[in-house]
Ligand binder design. Structure first.
Ligand code: NSS
Length: 428
């Protein structure tokens, strides 16, 4: 049985078998205390020389941390044991003896990253991976209830969606190709079939930025909606984020607590989220002593300043055209800007979603590509979408690890993914 099931439903005096990895072990003469870890928790097994076959007692004494084991024993209450119960072993089998485990207390971040394949067994990493699963699951449930279809866009592509400077390029049988930065264009195409679509794919950004919120490979949850404008797009995003927060608060209380986050803090994440224009954001930042001019980009520091006092995410709308991609829709209310919005996470975490209404005017798109000297050929198919029954449509992309970093209150985004990819790391 899993350890949590034994603790929850086990009867004192009955016999159970658990299996997992040795979390801690110590022996004193004729008794071995072996704390076993499985995916649900930890439990102490007390192995007495008099209660198990001699070879098994011997093995229990020799097995080092992270050896894989099976223990059968009688359940006993023990206030001192983690979880309040222990197993008094009647059998103890070592499945595989471990070498001395390299990870011990107080090791450097670099050492832990080099040994990531082993470090992900830690309780913190396990908690983050479980919360990530709930994030993805909760989001998929929300999308499904809200009439979205999950689709499967390609990763190998000839299109730059978010500009040429952060592309990983490769040769595709002699032709120039890239790893996808965003599924957006393919989602736009699919939305003219299924109307409401979403996808969860890896996205790649060759960004040299060494910040606590940039990965070169991250999981991107993107949606595209036909017949929806920028305001409708924001409504969908705040509903989605609230559903994710609520799923995690409801199902992952213990894991959140282990990471120093109270589930209650996520329960306040409910629509509506405040909307600020970019112009207003600049004003606020100027008021906080940041010297910024209209047209300057908001970096990590600016977004931290802007969101440090918020408890819920906030939208920043109507960014200057010079800061955003060519496919966004003109904003008639302020022609210097697009009809777009970024969602920033509270408590200083910053951008978690980028979204916009899409330009539907064929000639405007062609003009922008020309102005920005972007070669037209790879975009023929994308431009085609404006020639065959285009409709108002909008969409967004959410960085899964960015959201997870905020929800788990992680210092660095690399801890939101088991095998982080950053400019200086591709091993293990
Ligand atoms: O560049 S974005 O702001 N927008 C797009 O890619 C759109 N084409 C998405 C769309 O409309 N379908 O990236 C979207 C989000 C952004 O808000 C972050 O949360 C995340 O993707 N993102 C990243 N996460 C981790 N590391 C890096 N380097 C990164 N870049 C973006």
């Amino acid at each position: 049985m899993h350890i949590s099931d034994v603790i929850r439903s086990g009867k004192e005096g009955s016999e159970y078998s658990i299996r997992g990895w040795i979390y801690r072990t110590r022996s004193s003469g004729s008794i071995v205390f072996s704390v076993i870890r499985d995916q649900t928790g930890i439990m102490q097994c007390t192995v007495k020389k008099s209660d198990v076959p001699a070879a098994e007692f011997d093995a229990a004494g020799k097995a080092l941390i992270e050896s894989s084991v099976e223990c059968t024993g009688i359940l006993k209450k023990d206030e001192r044991a983690p979880g309040g119960f222990e197993l008094r072993a009647t059998g103890f089998r070592v499945v595989a003896f471990a070498d001395p485990f390299p990870i011990t207390a107080n090791q450097s971040e670099a050492f832990l990253l080099d040994n990531r394949h082993l470090w992900i067994r830690s309780r913190e990493q396990t908690a983050v991976m479980k919360i990530k699963e709930t994030l993805l699951q909760g989001a998929r449930e929300w999308f499904s209830e809200s009439g979205f279809f999950e689709v499967t866009p390609p990763i190998l592509t000839t299109n730059a969606c978010e500009g040429g400077t952060t592309l990983f390029s490769l040769k595709y049988f002699g032709e120039d190709a890239y790893l996808s930065q965003s599924a957006q264009m393919y989602l736009e195409a699919t939305a003219f079939s299924l109307e409401k679509v979403f996808a969860v794919t890896p996205s790649f950004r060759a960004e040299k930025s060494r910040t606590p919120r940039h990965l070169t490979e991250y999981w991107h949850m993107e949606a595209e909606e036909a017949w929806v404008d920028n305001e409708g797009n924001m409504k969908i995003q705040e509903d989605l984020i609230s559903a994710i927060a609520s799923a995690i608060a409801g199902r992952r209380k213990d894991e959140l607590e282990l990471l120093g986050r109270k589930a209650e803090e996520l329960k306040v994440i409910e629509p509506p989220f405040e909307r600020l224009t970019y112009s207003k954001a600049i004003e606020i930042l100027n008021g906080k002593g940041k010297e910024l001019a209209w047209g300057d980009d908001l970096g990590t520091d600016e977004e931290r300043l802007l969101t440090e006092d918020y408890l819920k995410p906030v939208f920043v709308t109507s960014y200057p055209k010079t800061l955003k991609a060519f496919y966004m829709k003109d904003n008639e209310e302020d022609p210097r800007t697009y009809k777009c919005a970024d969602m920033l996470a509270p408590e200083g975490f910053g951008e978690i979603i980028g979204g916009s209404e899409r330009e539907t005017d064929y000639s405007k798109l062609v003009r922008r590509l020309e102005e920005q000297k972007i070669p037209m050929e790879p975009y023929r198919w994308y431009l085609d979408l404006r020639k065959f029954g285009s409709v108002p449509h909008s969409g967004f992309g959410m960085g899964v690890e960015r959201v997870l970093r905020w929800i788990c209150r992680l210092e660095h985004i690399r801890d939101a993914t088991p095998f982080p990819r950053t400019p200086s790391r591709i091993y293990p």
